[in-house]
Design a protein around this ligand. Structure first.
Ligand code: HEM
Length: 138
């Protein structure tokens, strides 16, 4: 069980590297005007999303489900955590939509909007780590 938990945490960190950095790339991409920078951001965003962030997310979820169903964890903390995980998955999928918009030069949002958008995974990470470690709700 401890090995599963260790890799759950390792892949969660990988996932969050992307959840934090992809919207940051969107900030700089939204501010770019020259063709070379725009082309470079498109490559960076695609590689981050498909090469790191999505595999990290899928493996984190798979190992989380293994922990939950394989080792009999339960409680209100887990229910609240799963609700936050659903929000995180929605955020991830919305990032895919934004990636697609940038790829086709159809972004309509400002860099300021992406700066605010970038804060949501921070709040979710803080909430989930407190829920699973401190377990303020049982
Ligand atoms: C399908 C989604 C997920 C499920 C079913 C799940 C389930 C679990 C379970 C059952 C544990 C063991 C808790 C314990 O040892 O008391 C755990 C540990 C942990 N999970 Fe998840 N998890 C999921 C996603 C996530 C996500 C998205 C994050 C990060 C934001 C995360 C962060 C952690 C951390 C940090 C621990 C270690 C807690 C500790 O050792 O005290 N999990 N998870």
């Amino acid at each position: 069980m401890l090995w599963v938990k260790a890799f759950h945490i390792i892949f969660m960190v990988t996932w969050f590297a992307g959840l934090f950095y992809l919207p940051r790339l969107f900030v700089y991409h939204a501010m770019s005007e020259d063709a070379a920078s725009i082309a470079r951001f498109k490559i960076m965003e695609r590689k981050l999303f498909y090469g790191i962030m999505t595999p990290g997310g899928v493996i984190t979820l798979a190992l989380g489900l293994w922990l939950w169903l394989g080792f009999d964890f339960s409680g209100a903390w887990l229910t609240v955590k799963l609700a936050l995980v659903v929000v995180l998955i929605a955020y991830h999928l919305y990032c895919a939509k934004l990636l697609f918009d940038f790829k086709h030069d159809r972004n309509t949002r400002s860099h300021v909007w992406y700066r605010w958008f970038n804060e949501l995974p921070v709040l979710i990470l803080i909430a989930i780590v407190i829920l699973v470690v401190v377990k303020p709700v049982f």
